[in-house]
Design a protein around this ligand. Structure first.
Ligand code: FES
Ligand SMILES: [Fe+2]
Length: 365
């Protein structure tokens, strides 16, 4: 190994002791998005979330339910069984579970309720999504609603999407705080040349990590077309904020500089980036695009979500490439070099590591 690699690797190892990476244990005490509302119906389905296989269905009254997907008799997946009313019947030996997870009946054994069952997870259904709590159930009550007030608010439209990502949610959070990649990775989607020249403002106050960029520009078609501002000068303010391990918010504020009297003076776009780890190296990437203009115009919504999805697919592909590099790099030579625009991402990783360490400490106390 050359001396240069040795020195960089040493520096890298010291700097990484205090920040989260793909191997850091998940922060469990947090509301994560488990599914889009329309995905869960009156039939059994499952999804791997934070390394646990979770069974989903709706009760006859429409309430969504999440239970552990592993039958505690001989570990057969419950989603391979059947739903009878609000009960789940295991497809291997027929043990019957109520929607609270408790075993209600065992074939060949008389008597009713039993004292065992499968884990039941708290859920919140709001803003077009089903949010799940996979940490300490008592802590769930102390955490405020995870749903931003504009998500599902009647003054805002909402369009949702989903991508499966072959990459760690830590890397995706870092990507979202790093506006410097817009002009390169997203050059053909939502990056504009002016972005390269615009300075970034990083604001870090305790747990609040935000990055903002103000650019005077002609908006990319993704925004200019629905606003009717094609070819006109605009002030574009873009913000990116880490809210929790499960949620990151992008804000786009637009002002028409050529026509200060434009009918919607301050159109705003909010994007909820909803990141849910699947395994240490894969994740579910849900997103909700909300806007406060052309709210009832379905064609505008369809165009914007399609454009945004195209851009997010660029991140999805990049995350998979990066993950493959991590998997195959020689560990004795592996290091990553930081540049000034990494500051917010590294602060977020420091915070994630602190949250994970804190959970480990209280679990072991
Ligand atoms: S494994 Fe489920 S009933 Fe036996
Ligand atoms: Fe991106």
């Amino acid at each position: 190994m050359s001396g240069r690699v040795t020195a960089q690797k040493k520096r890298y190892e010291i700097s990484r002791r205090s920040v989260a990476d793909a191997q850091t244990p998940f922060v469990r005490n947090c509301w994560y998005v488990a599914a889009r509302s329309e995905e869960i119906g009156q039939s059994l389905s499952s999804r791997l979330l934070l390394g646990e296989s979770v069974l989903f269905f709706r009760r006859e009254d429409g309430t969504a339910v999440a239970l552990s997907n592993r039958c505690p008799h001989r570990s057969y997946p419950l989603d391979k069984g059947r739903l009878e009313g609000d009960d789940v019947v295991c497809g291997y030996h027929g043990l019957r579970y109520g929607s609270d997870g408790l075993c209600k009946a065992i074939p060949g054994r008389s008597g009713g309720a039993t004292a065992f069952g499968v884990k039941s997870y708290p859920l919140i259904e709001a803003g077009s999504f089903i949010w799940i709590w996979m940490g300490d159930p008592e802590a769930a009550e102390q955490v405020p609603s995870p749903v931003p007030e504009w998500l599902g608010h009647p003054d805002w439209s909402v369009e949702t999407g989903y991508l499966h990502v072959d990459g760690s949610y830590v890397h995706m959070h870092e990507n979202l705080l790093d506006l410097s990649h817009l002009s390169y990775l997203h050059a053909s989607s939502f990056g504009t040349p002016e972005y390269a020249a615009a300075p970034t403002e990083v604001s870090i106050e305790d747990d609040d990590i935000q990055v903002w960029r103000h650019v005077e520009c002609v908006l990319p078609d993704l925004y200019a077309v629905p606003l009717g501002w094609r070819g006109e000068r605009a002030m574009r303010r873009s913000g990116s904020q880490f809210v929790s391990p499960a949620l990151h918010v992008n804000t786009g504020l637009f002002e028409n500089l050529d026509r200060p009297d434009a009918s919607v003076r301050r159109p705003t776009v909010k994007v909820a980036q909803l990141l849910t780890p699947e395994t240490q190296t894969t994740m579910h990437y849900f997103y909700a695009l909300c806007r406060n203009f052309a709210v009832d115009d379905a064609a505008v919504g369809a165009g914007m979500i399609a454009g945004m999805t195209k851009a997010f697919q660029e991140d999805q592909a990049a995350m998979a490439e990066i993950s493959a590099q991590h998997a195959t790099a020689r560990s004795d030579e592996f290091y990553e070099f930081d540049i000034p625009t990494d500051r917010a991402g590294l602060e977020m990783r420091r915070l994630l590591k602190e949250m994970a360490d804190e959970e480990m400490r209280s679990a072991n106390a």
